[in-house]
Design a protein around this ligand. Structure first.
Ligand code: 6PG
Length: 305
């Protein structure tokens, strides 16, 4: 397993390079196995990568000699990478590492931000089947949600049995979706899905996905998807993949920009080096890829600002 750091002067260049690499990995996965998958993350950097990917896809489709699996587009055509490759989008599956348990269409849902940055274009213009986009359930669509009063669905701040049942059902539904459609590797735990790439933003408190310090999530074992209640970052109700599920990534990418992350990045990397990992305090310190863990950092997140 490799542990790499890619350092950039700013978030924009980080996002552009990460988007190019993501395209190559997905194209190679489709070529080698007939299908490929990525797990998306929310936040400014994760969404910035999707926007950069949208730019690359649009640029590539404007080049007349471009063909799928082409392995060399001329950098002089304005594309930064000389070896940009494009997957057959009909064979790519997209998942989420976590989601805010809010109603469909809420602008704070991670899926909504991804939709605007990239997904609507992939579906409308590049042959991505809507069924390959595996969204986590929304609060208004989860089983039982229709019987809840509207204010419970929109602002679920207070303990509410119905809302708890609804989010638990939503976690079970995404567990089933993964079991039905994600890849499992022979010889591995067949409960757990395998992904080509998992992208994770990191919070200033070292949370990843919706695994927050001080909550049970980072320590939960024996599940693929969990319901999170009482998140310290709004909204309080969320769905998240577990540490065990994230750690099935072939490549796990931390995508981190901004000086407010520098302390968390330093603490997490120190904890990993020392093997004194404390999942409850530094959730990011206990997730890693099976083949590669890559830290995509801008200078500020790397503590160089
Ligand atoms: O659900 C959320 O609240 C966000 O998705 C969050 O987990 C985000 O990924 C990180 O805080 C990093 O965010 P930035 O990329 O904006 O730094």
């Amino acid at each position: 397993m490799t542990d790499e750091t890619r350092l950039y002067s700013d978030r924009e260049s980080l996002c552009r390079d990460a988007a190019g690499e993501l395209l190559r990995i997905l194209a190679d996965g489709v070529r080698d196995r007939g299908a490929a998958s990525a797990v998306l993350t929310g936040g400014g950097t994760g969404t910035g990568i999707l926007a950069a990917l949208s730019d690359l896809v649009s640029s590539a489709s404007n080049i007349s000699e471009f063909s799928e699996f082409s392995d060399s587009l001329d950098a002089s055509d304005g594309l930064r990478s000389p070896d940009l490759r494009m997957p057959d989008w009909s064979r790519v599956h997209l998942w989420w590492g976590d989601e805010r348990f809010l109603p469909t269409g809420d602008p704070d849902r991670n899926e909504q931000q991804a939709e605007e940055a990239l997904l609507q274009e992939l579906v409308a213009r590049h042959g991505m089947p809507a069924a390959n986009i595996h969204r986590m359930p929304a609060a208004d669509r989860a089983a039982g949600a229709e019987t809840m009063p509207p204010e419970t669905q929109v602002t679920p701040e207070t303990p509410n049995t119905q809302a708890t049942e609804s989010i638990m059902t939503a976690a079970e539904a995404y567990t089933s979706e993964l079991a039905a459609h994600a890849r499992v590797d022979p010889g591995q735990d067949d409960r757990l899905p395998v992904f080509d790439v998992v992208m994770l933003g990191v919070g200033p408190d070292a949370h990843v996905a919706s695994l927050f310090p001080g909550l049970p999530g980072p320590l939960t074992r024996g599940a693929t998807v969990i319901a999170v209640e009482g998140s310290p970052k709004p909204p309080p109700r969320r769905l998240s993949l577990t540490v065990e599920a994230l750690n099935m990534a072939e490549r796990l990418w931390f995508v981190v920009a901004g000086a407010d992350k520098a302390e968390a990045v330093a603490e997490v990397r120190h904890a990993r080096d020392d093997e004194t990992t404390d999942a409850a305090r530094w959730p990011a310190s206990v997730v890693s890829g099976r083949d590669a863990t890559v830290w995509w950092l801008d200078g500020a997140a790397a503590g160089q600002a």
